[in-house]
Ligand binder design. Structure first.
Ligand SMILES: [Zn+2]
Length: 120
C-alpha cells in the first residue's frame, strides 16, 4: 500500500475503529430494546410473533457481525501492509474510495462486476 501515506492510513484506521465501536454499540442497543428490532425488520412485522422477533434479532446480529468481520479484516490488512490493494486484480485502490468505503477490498471496476451478484 505504497500509494497511501502514513497519515492517510492512520486516518482510515481511525474511521474503521469508530465504525466498529458504533456497530457494537447499536447492536447491543437493538438486542436490549425489542422495538428497535421490530422496526429494523421492516415488512416482516406483520408476522411479528415471538418466533419472528427472534428471527429478526438474529438477522440483524448476523448482518452487523458480517460488517464487524469486514472491519476486522481491513484492520488486519493494515497491520499486514496489504490494505488498499484490490483483491481481484491487484490495483491500488485510491484513497478517496477507501475513505468513502474503508472496508472495501476491491477497486471500483471489480466491484461493479461483482455488484449484480452481491449487493454490498
Ligand atoms: Zn480490481
Amino acid at each position: 500500500m505504497h500509494h497511501l501515506t502514513e497519515e492517510q492510513i492512520n486516518e482510515l484506521k481511525a474511521i474503521l475503529l469508530e465504525m466498529r465501536r458504533k456497530l457494537i454499540e447499536s447492536a447491543e442497543q437493538q438486542i436490549k430494546d425489542p422495538s428497535n428490532v421490530v422496526f429494523e425488520g421492516g415488512d416482516e412485522i406483520d408476522r411479528a410473533d415471538m418466533e419472528t422477533d427472534r428471527f429478526i434479532t438474529f438477522r440483524i446480529r448476523g448482518r452487523e457481525a458480517k460488517l464487524i468481520h469486514k472491519i476486522d479484516y481491513a484492520l488486519m490488512k493494515i497491520e499486514m501492509g496489504n490494505y488498499g490493494i484490490c483483491e481481484n486484480c491487484g490495483t491500488e485502490i485510491p484513497y478517496e474510495r477507501l475513505k468513502a468505503r474503508p472496508v472495501t477490498t476491491m477497486c471500483i471496476k471489480c466491484k461493479e462486476l461483482e455488484e449484480e451478484m452481491e449487493n454490498d
